[in-house]
Design a protein around this ligand. Sequence first.
Ligand code: MG
Length: 273
Amino acid sequence: AFINTGLSSAQKTQKTANVTGTFGACRLYGSADIYNCRYFLFQLWFVTCSTDYHAEYNRARKALLRINMSVNLPINIEQVKGFLAEDEANALYQHSLILSEKAPVLEIGSYCGKSTIYIGTACKNTGGVLYALDHHRGSEEHQIGEEYHDSALYDSSVEQVDTFKEFRKNIRAADLENTVIPLVTTSQLASRGWATPLSMVFIDGGHSMEAAMTDYRSWASHIISGGVLAIHDLFPNPDEGGQAPISIYRLALASGLFEEIEVVNTLGLLRRV
Ligand code: MG
């Protein structure tokens, strides 16, 4: 119940106190009104808890921003290949720091492990775990002849991109082997039969509409209430980048299941209501 509600242990205690109070108040009413009274107070309690939770979350995030908490990484992150700006990386780190003790975090699209190292270091600090999902065969733009192809990440013996070796090396160098659980498979296959609630899902996988939609549909439902859906590469202007990530971002907002927390550079962060 704790994981599903996404409440801290202090709030859980508060919740218990409120419920006890509710039942106490019910005794003041005649038996005919007891059900309605309980129901009303339950709703009131629920709304209060939700508001408290969101307020607390925002306070925690602001506190982290105020002290401009520098991420202390056990590796020179400049040496790790990837496409993540520093402000986006810091935001991922800070949100993971707030959330990752509640439930595991999942990232989709690890590539060589840059975002994995930021999120993983936060998870390590809280005693959480990070599932790092990537088939490691490269996205569309990493294939031979495409804009982001890197010949150093190509395995000619199987004529395929292979970023897993590089990923593994970086995770080991960052001392995250006891925090990060690599899932070397497709998003679709990993989601089949998945039942673990997640405190945060970071979508940064394939940028085709089909890939982005698969990621959203497969994983958004596993995010706990109060948890975060983070989506990378949002480009409101189509001239600046592909529209698949921002399409699923808008879809999530339109569903009514998510509300916007903030957008940092091209990283969008939504809270599961
Ligand atoms: Mg990206």
